[in-house]
Ligand binder design. Structure first.
Ligand SMILES: [Zn+2]
Ligand SMILES: [Zn+2]
Length: 278
């Protein structure tokens, strides 16, 4: 699978790919590159520089330099087209050379500063490291501001809101949704003591933290979703299945968001680190 915007941001990478190590790959100590992996490897090394045939027939040409994530030490792994028709590109894993990820772990490659990095980690660690949606202090202040009187909120937002979310857009979205949860309009709501209206929160489906690398504006009415406090906490903290379900329903409700931002539904799942990895 190709790196999405969140992985590029995390690894400071121009391009990258990741997938699970299968039992077979682990057992055989070799990985046949998938389409996106092969593309990355061929683009990086140049097709003419890749050896055709078995490793033993040209050890020098078969050996390729990688940087091992996270420390960056240089390691040498064999990479060849075993067959003359060059349809299959094979990477050899080796404990001795320094790279032999466990079966069912995530292995990944990415290009940073003209070097090809390679690494492996458990799936749980990968998901943990690549989640871009955090419920942080900034978001807290923002949510509170939606439920406060205008005078109070302006000072607080100016002091805290680093991603400058527009409070009025969020309030507009909640109004358009007629004060209902967009995941499930029948969700129970309490009334706010400040506004005397049903209490709702505003969530940016494409996380504001990606504004650094996504060229389109993320603080837009299309990207803001009105969620009840339960669903809002869930989209940030719930297990994979529920998080996925909420995201899918929101995307289905306003698919325009993806077109406008030029990203796929899988990208969105990956921002929340709940995508299927294969
Ligand atoms: Zn949120
Ligand atoms: Zn809800």
């Amino acid at each position: 699978m190709q790196f999405g915007a969140n992985q590029k941001l995390k690894f400071n990478a121009q391009i990258g790919s990741y997938s699970l190590v299968t039992d077979r790959e682990y057992f055989d100590s070799q990985i046949t590159a998938t389409d996106s992996e092969a593309e990355l490897l061929i683009n990086f090394f140049g097709k003419e520089n890749l050896h055709v045939g078995n490793v033993a027939s040209n050890k020098e040409k078969a050996g390729k330099a990688f940087r091992l994530y996270p420390d960056g030490q240089e390691i040498n792994l064999n990479l060849v087209f075993p067959k003359p028709n060059k349809t299959e590109l094979r990477l050899y894993l080796s404990q001795r050379a320094g790279f032999k990820p466990e079966a069912h772990s995530v292995w990944f490659m990415f290009v940073r500063d003209n070097a090809l990095w390679i690494g492996g980690m458990t799936e749980a660690q990968w998901r943990d490291e690549n989640v871009i949606v955090v419920y942080d202090e900034t978001e807290n202040v923002f949510q509170d501001s939606l439920d406060e009187l205008d005078v109070i909120k302006i000072n607080k937002l100016q002091a805290k809101d680093v991603f400058s979310r527009d409070r009025n857009l969020a309030l507009q979205r909640i109004e358009i949704e007629k004060y209902k949860c967009e995941y499930n309009p029948s969700h129970n709501l309490f009334n706010s003591r400040h506004t005397n209206l049903p209490y709702l929160e505003a969530h940016h489906l494409i996380p504001m933290a990606l504004q650094k690398i996504i060229p389109k504006k993320l603080d837009t009415i299309e990207n803001i979703f009105s969620l009840c406090p339960y669903c809002h906490r869930a989209i940030h903290h719930a297990d994979k299945d529920l998080t996925k379900d909420i995201i899918k329903r929101l995307v289905d409700k306003r698919p325009d968001v993806l077109d406008i931002m030029d990203i796929t539904a899988t990208d969105v799942l990956s921002f929340y680190s709940v995508e299927d990895i294969y």
